[in-house]
Design a protein around this ligand. Sequence first.
Ligand code: MN
Length: 489
Amino acid sequence: MYGLNKQKSDLVARIKLLSPDTTAKEIVLIEKAFDFAANAHNNQTRASGNDYFTEHCVSVANHTLDLGMDYILVCAALLHDTIEDTNTTIEDLKETFNDEITGLVEGVSKLDKAQYIGNERHVESLRKFFISVAGDLRVVILKLADRWHNLETLQHLDPERQKHISTESIMIFAPLASRLGMGKLVGIINDLAFPFAYPEKYKQTKVLMDSQIKKSSGTITKMYRDLTVDLHIILGYSAKIDKRIKGTYSLYRKLERYDWDVERVHDLVALRAIVKNLNDCYQSLGAVHEHWRPIPNRIKDFIAVPKPNGYQSLHTTVFSGDGLNVEIQIRTEEMHEFDEYGIASHHSYKMDQFHREGSGSFAWVEQLREFQKADISPNDYLKRLSTDFIQDQIFVFTPKGDVIDLPIGATILDYAYALHSEIGEHASGGRINGKYMALKTVLNNEDIVEIVPNSKSHPTDKWLDQCITSYALGKIRRYIKKQHDLITN
Ligand code: MN
């Protein structure tokens, strides 16, 4: 099959380009994963009518490369749907591939168990679950690459699936990418999902956006030219300057906050200067303010005070002189790379030159392992992230796949109250993975739990010994007190 071999050699060529120190042995492994998965998915097609493996799996592998990942993730991406969608078992995989690769495929298959079913209350549980799975963030990154491609081919699915996948992407996957500091991917996911998730809002936003961009294009072009000259004079070199148009979803969120007054959005089109070092950032800001008058209180120093996810940059909004306010962002190459790739950026290639820095090892993966072990983090961002590795919690599923997070030791009764206090008050027992159990039964991670209600069942003093969460205990005490008050009054 010529097409398949061509795809394989293209993928290998791209890895060699992005990571020139990939060894011959590692290339062989990629080819092995490619052949194994192509064979497993043999003749499967997607909703588009195209071949499953070449359209989807190879694209996901390429997206892991887009995200700055290494050959291990490429192998796992090629194989990522073999357990879920083919006759391949985890044992089959283990016979051929190492624990690292099989672990990632197993992890990503596990994620498919949990779904966003439209319950806002449990969104945070689902995000936590995703991060906690396998304790390996690369699983999440693989899942994000998978979702990225699914969103790119969403037009082939029926409206119901489109709505579900797009909403889930905005509610769960984009915030996850944001938590990992992968700013570029957040924008990609939201903008791909937006037209399907909220079609009317998308249309409204797009109309405003297009007219506003048209209106500002002359001003922006002139400012771009002036800024290029100004910065060259002050810095003695040509800074990289980009025009950056805000994503449609991000604009929509802002419009919602500003009563749909697009004139109040100052960063629809921004100019972004990338300079060599910290000192040049502040020098450039000075030069900008010498040329254009800044709008008071719109100067933001995210270098001195980074955003919680680690984002660093100088932002200022200036009067352009012809009625338009324009945001200018100034940052170093490192800050820029971190904004785009987040935790995936530490090891990765320089933006334009395709060569890896330093030792070429995947430092951030090692770093993550280190601070998971030692619980010390190189900066606030990683510290925040480490608190998301929930060691003292379990995740259980409703029969529909909704995720509930509970502390270790939680019982069926705790779970019932976590679903809803009314469900708690009339619970009489529960089915754990299909088996009927008493309310006091302690739950295990990843149990599927269904509450068995009984209208005659209600909280009693005994229940206080059958649960541990403060929420359930509080609700039970209040119920008992209310009953008591009714009798004594
Ligand atoms: Mn997939």
